[in-house]
Design a protein around this ligand. Structure first.
Ligand SMILES: [Zn+2]
Ligand SMILES: [Zn+2]
Length: 345
């Protein structure tokens, strides 16, 4: 005869309490993550509302005081200014490097992609080679101890991974430029459209959004295990000082690199952004990422230099931030290289 289970009302009650208890624990755990995400969304939306109203005030003030051009005048003439700008960038880069008959017949979108691709490759190699030459040869043994210089093999592998991903990385700014040209974002083409003070304020907010976005994107790429395993682990194979080099700066799985650059595009929808400044910030991004992988700790507060990022590559759980240490400080994941050194002593 099979074993029989008898459920008394007390047991049923107990079971019910256990299940509801488990539910409470689970909902508490999920609410922790949701909480942080909600705070993020709330912050972004608040910023959006705050700066939309601010921009409106500035706009009205601009109209009254200076007779400035209306930012929301997204008519075709206004949007043509963005197209003129991207065409100019295309002509400068492609025109000086390729015969006209190769790039001129291409549709505008592909011209833009080709310009971004060539620009990305040039930034990567010029900044990488110059920086490697300076720290490994010119200032040999000054910044990097001889035994910590990465092997040529390690650097070649980093170049290989970066070059494989570059055509995909550069699709993101190409798509964002397309969205700007079509008036889907809050971009403006001339600083005079808003004035210098709002321009600086918007820029500060843009950088805060990028800092916040990249911090959480990077942290989730570690915390969500499948994302780490299939995407971010590609970047973390360089986890010792003598394997990290400026060339590791763009050595990511293509999707990983794109995800970490997405906050730059998201910001365009949240805060009015000067278009050329956005392009310049992406350009600086390429140089910055090479710089934080050279293992040389600059110790310039609040900059998150290579000292911090080397700790990220060795502990995996600290210093997810990007330009500054503030996001790690706010969310409790900051680890200072100077504390590490004093511990070693
Ligand atoms: Zn990481
Ligand atoms: Zn890294």
């Amino acid at each position: 005869m099979g074993r029989q289970y008898h459920f008394s009302s007390g047991r049923v009650c107990g079971l019910f309490l256990f299940v509801s208890h488990m539910q409470n624990i689970l909902s508490f755990l999920t609410s922790l993550r949701c909480h942080i995400i909600l705070i993020g969304i709330f912050t972004l939306v608040s910023f959006d509302c705050l700066f939309s109203s601010l921009s409106l005030s500035f706009l009205i003030a601009g109209h009254v005081l200076l007779g400035a051009v209306a930012m929301e005048d997204h008519g075709s003439t206004y949007l043509q200014l963005f197209v003129d700008e991207t065409c100019l960038f295309n002509r400068i880069v492609l025109g000086s490097l390729l015969p006209t008959k190769i790039w001129d017949p291409l549709p505008h979108f592909f011209q833009t992609w080709l310009r971004n691709y060539i620009g990305g490759v040039l930034v990567y190699f010029i900044s990488g080679f110059l920086w490697c030459f300076y720290i490994y040869y010119w200032k040999r043994n000054v910044y990097v101890p001889k035994d910590a210089i990465p092997s040529n093999k390690a650097m070649l592998l980093q170049i290989y991974v970066s070059m494989k991903a570059m055509p995909w990385y550069t699709a993101l700014p190409t798509i964002s430029e397309y969205m700007v040209e079509n008036g889907w974002t809050k971009c403006f083409p001339r600083i005079s459209d808003v004035g210098w003070l709002p321009y600086i304020l918007y820029l500060v907010i843009y950088v805060i959004i990028v800092e916040f976005g990249i911090y959480w994107m990077h942290r989730e790429l570690h915390d969500i295990k499948p994302l780490y395993k299939h995407l971010h682990a590609t970047h973390h194979i360089y986890n010792k000082q003598n394997t990290l080099s400026p060339f590791a700066g763009l050595a990511f799985h293509p999707l990983d690199g794109i995800l970490q650059a997405v906050p730059h595009v998201t910001a365009l929808f949240l805060v009015p952004t000067h278009f050329m400044t956005h392009i310049l910030l992406l350009f600086i991004e390429g140089i910055w990422t090479a710089n934080i992988h050279d293992c040389i700790h600059g110790n310039l507060w609040p900059v998150m230099g290579a000292g911090y990022h080397t700790i990220h590559h060795t502990t995996y759980r600290h210093n997810y931030g990007h330009y500054t240490i503030w996001m790690d400080w706010i969310f409790g994941t900051l680890r200072n290289p100077l504390d590490e050194e004093s511990k070693d002593i």
